[in-house]
Structure formats: C-alpha cells, structure tokens
Design a protein around this ligand. Structure first.
Ligand code: NAD
Length: 345
C-alpha cells in the first residue's frame, strides 16, 4: 500500500534530487504535483505520467483534502514558506514530509507541530543524513567510543555564491532564508555536532559577518561561526559561509584518535576515516540510497506507526539552537541553554 505524495514546489531539489528517487523507494510514489508555473506542471506531469487532475496550482491545493490518491504532502518550497504550507497540508488531513530547515523561527516550528497533533497526522523533517550509510556508521562508531571520549568537534560547510540579489535568489532574502548559510548549509554541521557527540549543548557563543556593499549579503550573513559546549566537556566549533570555497567537513577528535568526514553530508561522494591507533577507512554503503531510505522511513511511520527518527520536534530543537546562535552573536555574549535548546538568558 504505497504512500501517494503531492510534491509542493518544483524547484531544483525536488526536480533533480528527490523526485527521481521515488523509483528506488519501495513504499512511496508521486501522486500529484503543485506549482505556480503551468509549463512546469505540464512538463513534469507528462514526465511522471500524472493525470491532469493531479497537476495543481497553489490556489487549487486545498482540493487534495478529498483526494484519496494523496496520503502525504512533501513541502520543498523556500524555507520562509514551509510553515504556511505544512499547516495547510495538515488542514487538508494529510501527513507531511517537510524540507530542512523546518522553518525560520521556533515559534513557527511550534505552530507546525501543534497543527500536526491537532490533525493527528505525522510530521517528518527531511534530514537525509540520518538515512545515509556513512553518517549512520559515524553515529554508531561515536556511540561505541571508536575515538575514545569526545573532546573537540569541528564542522565546515561553505560554498561561494555567484553574484545575485535577494529579488533574484530566495537564498539571499531574509524573509525566505532567515540569516542565510547557517539555516541552509551550516545546519548539516549543527546536526552532525549533535548526532555525533550524542549530546545537547549547554551553552553557545557565536559571531556573524556581513561585508558592506555586496548585494548578495544585503539581507543575510556571509559567515556564521559558533562554538558550543556540551555537558561532557566536549566543545564543537562550527563555521559556515556563502562566500568561501566549497567544503563539507566534519571532524570529531577524541582521547584516542579522530573521525574525519570529508566530504561529510553531500548527496554522494562521502569519505570517512579514523586516524590514530585504530586508523581505518570506512565505506559502509552507497550514500545515494539516503533519498529513497528517507522516503521509506516516512512510509513506515505513516503505514505502520514506526517512530520517526527526524520528527518536527527535532526541527524545532534546531531552530532554537539557531536562534541562540544569532542571539549570542547579536549581544556578544555566551548564551546558556536548557536541555531542549531553549535559551536560559
Ligand atoms: P529552488 O530555488 O531550486 O526551488 C524553489 C521552488 O519554489 C522554485 O520552483 C520556485 O518557483 C518555488 N517558489 C514558490 N514560491 C516562491 C517564492 N515566493 N519565492 C521563490 N520561489 C518560490 O530551491 P531548492 O534548492 O529546491 O530548495 C527548496 C527547499 O528544499 C528549501 O527549504 C531548501 O532548504 C531545501 N533543500 C534541501 C536539500 C537537502 O539536501 N535536503 C537540498 C536543497 C534544498
């Protein structure tokens, strides 16, 4: 009993990464598409063999409520639109897979989880690294103390954005992308710092930078650097930038060696090794299975009631930490955190 998805937003990630992977999923299929662009509806609808009444404009979206072919909605729109569309999908009685980051504020995340509970429907955040063999193996290695006790963690997620403006590229618009690189690429570093240490930070300090007179950074930051302290005494340093040469790196240094992931969380091309007395290279599987495995995990939750590994509560937790990072940078002080990521002042 395959889960039928309505895909909302036919942008780069939906068209080039996720939609082609439905073929590899055992329990999910594309049942409908929703877009503001009639040409895209026609082209993509033809490519996926969808009937005319499964090609919807945004205005027609609410019709899915009575459409039995559609079990779930995949929200893959610019981030500033996630909250509105997730809540609309719940109002239509559907389960929701929402792209990361969940939203641009913890308040929106709370509205989204509340709407899911009211509708008694599932909410999963598309944190694909939780379904990717290298990152799953890294979590297992760290929980088994493969580098001893964790002391230092470092992550770097950067690329150099071409010339653009907020009106041309939603990723540079504050209303659609928040502060910029941290919510987008840097979120992979933040996530891995938590799932590799297995801890929540007890405090955070951070700094942001925005160059003058660069239209790319009229509204967003160019870099965000943050430092987190964990209850065990481990410390993580996370940097992310839209204005430096490409990297996607994570390193965990323990008392007996280091785990190095370079690249750490891409669509493919992961590399992972341990340095030190237990030096070893790892190739635990094909990273490209992450997309279909993520879909099948969602189906397991919808059909069999499996517990979601990356629920709305995780997306909310991460938005709280992102808000703490910005609060620290703004005020130039260390922010103390509760175990659920709330700021303690
Ligand atoms: P994109 O720019 O390629 O596509 C965005 C789509 O939204 C476009 O089709 C655009 O037409 C549409 N859209 C609708 N309303 C819009 C508006 N008001 N302003 C601008 N565009 C509007 O973006 P993308 O890279 O596909 O990202 C979409 C979402 O997916 C984001 O939340 C992003 O963070 C997430 N994403 C996740 C991954 C991942 O690896 N999990 C990778 C890329 C993007």
């Amino acid at each position: 009993d395959s889960v039928g998805f309505a895909i909302v937003g036919l942008g780069g990630y939906a068209l080039n990464q996720m939609m082609p992977r439905f073929d590899q999923s055992e329990r999910c299929h594309v049942a409908a598409i929703v877009s503001g662009n009639p040409d895209k509806l026609r082209q993509v609808g033809d490519a996926y063999g969808l009937p005319q009444d499964a090609r919807l404009s945004y205005d027609a979206f609410d019709r899915i409520a009575s459409d039995k072919r559609i079990d779930a909605v995949y929200v893959v729109l610019p981030t500033g639109l996630h909250a509105e569309w997730v809540i609309r999908a719940f109002a239509a009685g559907k389960h929701v897979l929402c792209e990361k980051p969940m939203a641009l504020s913890s308040a929106d995340c709370e509205r989204m989880t509340a709407a899911g509970k009211r509708a008694n429907r599932k909410l999963m955040i598309a944190y694909r690294s939780h379904f990717e063999p290298f990152n799953i193996e890294a979590m297992r290695l760290m929980s088994q103390k493969a580098v001893g006790d964790i002391r230092l963690m470092r992550t770097e997620q950067s690329y150099r954005m071409g010339p653009t403006t907020p009106s041309e590229n939603w990723r540079t618009s504050r209303a659609l992308a928040g502060g910029g690189p941290l919510e987008d690429y840097g979120l992979y570093g933040l996530q891995s710092a938590l799932y590799l240490t297995g801890e929540m930070p007890e405090s955070v300090s951070a700094t942001t930078f925005r160059p003058a007179n660069d239209p790319r950074f009229a509204e967003i930051f160019a870099h965000v650097a943050s430092q987190m302290r964990f209850p065990s005494g481990a410390v993580a340093q996370l940097v992310t930038s839209y204005d430096s040469a490409g990297i996607n790196f994570a390193q965990v240094r323990g008392t007996q060696g280091a785990l190095i992931m370079d690249s750490a969380t891409g669509y493919s091309g992961q590399k992972m090794r341990i340095e030190g007395p237990n030096a070893r290279d790892f190739t635990p599987g094909d990273p490209t299975v992450q997309f279909a495995r993520q879909l099948d995990h969602f189906a397991d939750a919808v059909r069999d009631g499996a517990t979601i590994r990356t629920p709305g509560e995780m997306g909310l937790r991460d938005l709280r930490l992102i808000e703490a990072i910005y609060a620290s940078a703004k005020d130039g002080r260390t922010v103390k955190l509760a175990p659920d990521g709330r700021m303690l002042g």
